[in-house]
Design a protein around this ligand. Sequence first.
Ligand code: AMP
Length: 291
Amino acid sequence: METVYTVAQLRETRGALLRLRWSGLGHRPTVGLVATMGALHAGHSSLLARMAGECDVRLASIFVNPRQFGSADDLATYPRTLEADLAMCAAEGVDLVFVPEAGDLYPGGFDTTVCGGQLASRWEGAARPGHFDGVLTVIAKLLNICGPDRAYFGEKDFQQLRLVERMSFDLEFQSDIVACPIVREGDGLALSSRNRLLTAAQRQFAGHIHRALHEVADAFAAGERDAQVLVARGGRVLEGWTADGLSVDYFAVVDPATLEPRELAEDGDRAIIALRLGETRLIDNMALGSV
Ligand code: AMP
């Protein structure tokens, strides 16, 4: 595995790898990309493993993208574990890791932003103004720099996944966007780089997020369709924890394609939730019904 730090190095090494694989395989190799912000965990490794099973040349990027952070504090406290991240990439069969500096991706004079439309306006977009502009801009750059045939994204960040799919289609990117299921801890907490910022008490509570989503899915399976009633059922699981620094940003049942809120839930809809535990913000989601 090779690690490169600039766009120029990435291009050169990617080209050399492609030529090498091409002569070995006798056909054009397929290129995969997993874009991450590092602090890698089993959620990331599931994406890397899927890429390894499907692509001949496997690229990963590790970049804590300053443009998608609202506050300098959140950016400063974001966990960074580069050495362990590189070891995980090597173990998962990655060929080339791209670890750019912010100044290389956004040199002086950089003046372009990719913005989502309707899809970006709700939920995370409303709670974190500018967040998706930063996400889409960096993903657009990474897709152009790395030129993957397949780029892998987790359903953990469901709205981000939908936005990247939309951007890729609308702007005619050549990469297939591959959706990967959420990987969870034993108690159901969705793996996240931010989980390591939780105190022991917050971590213990955090398992309730999954239970609350499950409550919504169970009520849906039992025949309830009123979205307000469904969310209220889930909300009861979280009651009583506000004293411990819990505040819910949103908890809703949405159309899985448009992310518009539902009044009456349908098969395949998503229950989505975002909450704060002290300083740490967590998001999760779950499909309803037989999907
Ligand atoms: P991040 O490093 O948080 O930007 O995440 C990089 C990619 O990993 C994104 O596509 C995420 O959706 C995905 N990801 C993060 N956590 C999980 C998880 N628990 N399960 C599946 N995918 C995940």
